[in-house]
Design a protein around this ligand. Structure first.
Ligand code: SF4
Length: 570
């Protein structure tokens, strides 16, 4: 097969906030350097015109990023000090914070907002619009952005140094044969490749396994956020109001909580986070979110409103202890795929932007030195350690681990950490030493008979007004994948699904996937037996299945470029 190779200087994989900030910062550093050298103000050689590329699997920058987040502006202010004047698309400054504890029928408003959830001075943003804006800034600075180009494979030399990335092929049918529109993937060769794929990136996963980047670190733990965007009929929930909730509907052994953010034009962003280290095999994060909306306090806010968009996304919640080695020969990791999220504050945009900027500074120094080895690129970890990122993450290093012992000990631990600056004297810091899927228990441990969801969600109905089933929600994610392509969910041994998993866990993929991708159906070839059907075209790219499968036999890989949800302008 004839395969095109493109020589670039730096390739960023994934057009999220970390990589776009990194690409923009690098382009500016190089320009400033060239101008200073040309003007005789700086010694050394000019670096010339660099080829900096950002590849993105979605159809456009932001297509796979759904709205609503509260952003600490610290890093964006460092990248673009006058970001407001330059038209950064912020929805509103945060004007009001509230924290609710939900019982089944009541909402108890906390007299004080816990300090980590105070958002004064921050902004509610549509992350989708923010990254589209950063993408424009990158293009103005000369960065090449390639949408519809998923990173499919890392490229290594004979010493295992990363030398670039291979993009995904186009035009392969579901039998794996070439169609008339077949195009092979392109080898993008680069001095440095920066992975900013978001949580559980598929390239990051394979790279980390190959180069043992997680050795000596805690396993990463994740949470899944299931969210919807609503349009309200009036101003009952104003732009700039932020609500966080704890309690109902999650049980006290499961990490979970809700959020509501008021955006412009009567748009509401709300969602529910479930820790992907839960025990109950019948738990369904999408159903938890529907239950959350049924709470009287939440239902009242949504009454008469209209569902606009749906999405789901994992977040890497392991923090400081679970961060992998951030560099290797020819490669750096930034943003959520490197675990930069502050899970106590539920904020990661600022740390993602900062990590991208520090990666850019590292690459700039490496370009000057002409050295792209791990020894040189290891400077990135030093910069991260010396920046404000590490003190912030160190202070909350045991936050998520506390919730492994249940809600009340988790809250007590969070309070203790706030006072002690993160110390928990060994009480909790080993609690996350296993990946989250290990916590999943068998049906028998809960006394369940089979996998009927009613055993946990008795009475949950989807009325199409307040509550929606997964297929209706997926419709509102505007998901599109060419159906005539191989499934991008690789289940390594489907025999396990039909027998062992069915018996032990009741095929939990049918529940933890928030997009009804996995379905056990009658097997026409074996009377009375069921087989796994993968409705891959529903996939909203949240990566939960890759994380939560109890046998770890699901591999999420990138589908054909451009496939997936479409959240443009949301
Ligand atoms: Fe998420 Fe996996 Fe379902 Fe896709 S198939 S929506 S990645 S859980």
């Amino acid at each position: 097969m004839e395969r095109e190779s493109l020589e670039m200087d730096v390739v960023f994989v994934g057009a999220g906030p970390a990589n776009l900030s990194g690409a923009l910062h690098l382009a500016r550093l190089v320009k400033e350097h060239n101008e200073a050298v040309a003007a005789g103000k700086r010694e050394g050689k000019p670096l010339g015109e660099l080829e900096i590329g950002v590849i993105e699997k979605g159809a456009a920058v932001g297509a796979h990023i759904l709205s609503g987040a509260v952003m600490d502006p610290r890093a964006l202010g460092e990248l673009i000090p006058d970001f407001i004047e330059q038209g950064a698309p912020v929805e509103s400054p945060v004007k009001e914070d509230e924290f609710l504890y939900l019982t089944k029928t009541r909402a108890i408003r906390s007299p004080i907002t816990p300090p980590p959830l105070k958002n004064h001075g921050y902004y509610i943003v549509s992350l989708n619009k923010l990254v589209a804006w950063l993408g424009e800034k990158c293009e103005e600075a000369g960065v090449n952005i390639f949408p519809e180009f998923p990173g499919a494979e890392m490229l290594y030399d004979e010493r295992d140094a990363v030398v670039g990335v291979r993009t995904g092929e186009k035009g392969i049918n579901k039998e794996g044969k070439r169609k008339a529109n077949f195009e092979p993937g392109v080898d993008l060769l680069a001095k440095v490749t920066v992975l900013g794929e978001g949580p559980r990136g598929s390239l990051t996963k394979s790279l980390s396994q190959r180069l043992n980047l997680n050795d000596g670190r805690e396993p990463q733990v994740y949470s899944l956020g299931v969210k919807e965007l609503w349009e309200l009929p009036d101003d009952r929930y104003p732009a700039g109001r932020v609500t966080h909730t704890l309690g109902y509907p999650s049980d006290t052994h499961t990490y979970g909580g809700g959020w509501i953010y008021g955006m412009q034009n009567r748009i509401l962003n709300l969602g529910y986070v479930t820790g992907l280290d839960y025990g109950d095999p019948l738990l369904d994060p999408h159903a938890e979110f529907q239950r959350f909306k049924q709470h009287p306090a939440i239902a009242k806010i949504l009454e008469g409103g209209k569902l606009l968009r749906y999405g789901a996304k994992t977040i890497a919640a392991g923090g400081f202890h679970a961060m992998p080695q951030l560099y290797a020969d020819g490669v750096l990791l930034v943003g959520d795929c490197a675990g930069f999220l502050n899970s106590q504050r539920l904020k990661g945009i600022h740390t993602a932007i900062k990590s991208g900027m520090l990666a850019a500074e590292t690459i700039f120094e490496a370009l000057l030195a002409g050295d792209f080895s791990a020894r040189q690129l290891g400077r990135y970890e030093t910069l991260v350690r010396e920046s404000w990122i590490m003190p912030e993450l160190r202070k909350v290093r045991n936050f998520h681990a506390g919730f492994r012992r249940g809600r009340w000990l988790g809250i007590a631990n969070a309070g203790l950490q706030f006072i002690t600056g993160g110390r928990s004297w060994g009480l909790f810091d080993r609690a996350s030493s296993e990946p989250g899927h290990v916590a999943l228990k068998k049906l028998s441990a809960y006394g369940y008979k089979g996998d009927a969801l009613e055993q946990r969600y008795d009475g949950l109905r989807y009325d199409g007004k307040l509550t929606f089933n997964k297929l209706t929600d997926v419709y509102h994610a505007a998901v599109g994948h060419d159906e005539d392509q191989p499934a991008h969910l690789h289940v390594l041994d489907t025999n396990i699904c039909a027998e062992r998993c069915a018996e032990e866990y009741g095929n939990p993929c049918q529940r933890f996937c928030p997009a009804a991708v996995y379905e056990m159906v009658e097997d026409p070839g074996a009377a009375g037996k069921r087989r796994l059907q993968i409705n891959f075209s529903n996939c909203v790219h949240c990566k939960t299945c890759d994380i939560m499968d109890p046998y770890q036999i699901i591999n999420w890989v990138t589908p054909e470029g451009g496939g997936g949800p479409d959240y443009k302008n949301m």
